[in-house]
Ligand binder design. Structure first.
Ligand code: 0O2
Length: 212
């Protein structure tokens, strides 16, 4: 079972160990991203990353996901079947930065890319846009190395703004928002796309102006 107040000492110790390992994986990926951002600033005088948010999925959400997929709530099932226990969100200024960050991460030898989902090239019907990478990162413990899964979501500030409102609406209406609200979200997603494209082109123009 996942951690519950009634869990025995052995289960509690295992839960603590698993939590520590996922938190360590988040630190590893967070540090990689910070290094890339710092180096980019040093070399190109520019920060591709606006900010980074790391989070561990709550045990309630893990149980819910396992249940919805027909699995018993055990630590083994959680490690095997829940891919986003450790999640990190990277917010960039421009769409081009998203692919830049994704490529730089993909080039790192110790990261193994298990899957990528490009919801920017192929947005969800709701309008959701984001680039997802499921990776494993090695975590070095005192007596062994564990390859830990981390879900990385990379998106622009505007895409993130849209996704957080949509997430709130989704929970408020338990996934069944009225038609006009869903339509309004689709419209907002189009505006976000337009805004991202115009901001990118404006930035490119300013960059070339500076170089002359
Ligand atoms: P929460 O509450 O954010 O943790 P997987 O989770 O990879 O096994 P899935 O659902 O196919 O399976 O993965 P996908 O599509 O990569 O989505 C994973 C996460 O992306 C979600 O986690 C959300 O955080 C985010 N996401 C995906 N689709 C949407 C969307 O339409 N709107 C918003 N706002 N976020 C989305 P969780 O566990 O579903 O949710």
């Amino acid at each position: 079972m996942l951690y519950q107040p009634s869990a025995d000492k052995e289960e509690l110790d295992r839960w603590k160990e698993v939590t520590l390992i996922y938190n360590s994986a988040l630190k590893e990926i967070g540090t990689k991203l910070e290094i890339l951002n710092d180096e980019f600033q040093d070399v190109h005088k520019y920060n591709p990353i606006e900010h980074i948010k790391a989070r561990m999925k709550t045990s309630e959400s893990i149980v819910k996901k396992l249940k919805s997929r027909g699995y018993e709530s055990t630590i083994e099932n959680m490690v095997e079947h829940v891919n986003d226990i450790a999640g990190i969100r990277v917010i960039c200024s421009f769409t081009s930065d998203i692919y830049r960050i994704a490529d730089m991460l993909a080039a790192q030898d110790d990261l193994r890319i298990l899957a990528t989902k490009d919801y920017i090239k192929a947005p969800k019907p709701s309008g959701y846009k984001s680039y997802h990478m499921l990776v494993t990162v090695p975590v070095f413990l005192s007596n062994r190395v564990v390859e830990v899964k981390v879900e990385i979501q990379i998106r622009t500030v505007a895409m993130d703004f849209w996704a957080s409102l949509e997430h709130k609406i989704y929970y408020k209406f338990e996934g069944n928002a009225p038609e006009h609200i869903q339509q309004s979200l689709v419209n907002c997603a189009k505006i976000v796309e337009q805004l991202d494209a115009e901001m990118l082109s404006l930035n490119n123009e300013v960059q070339s102006f500076v170089k002359e």
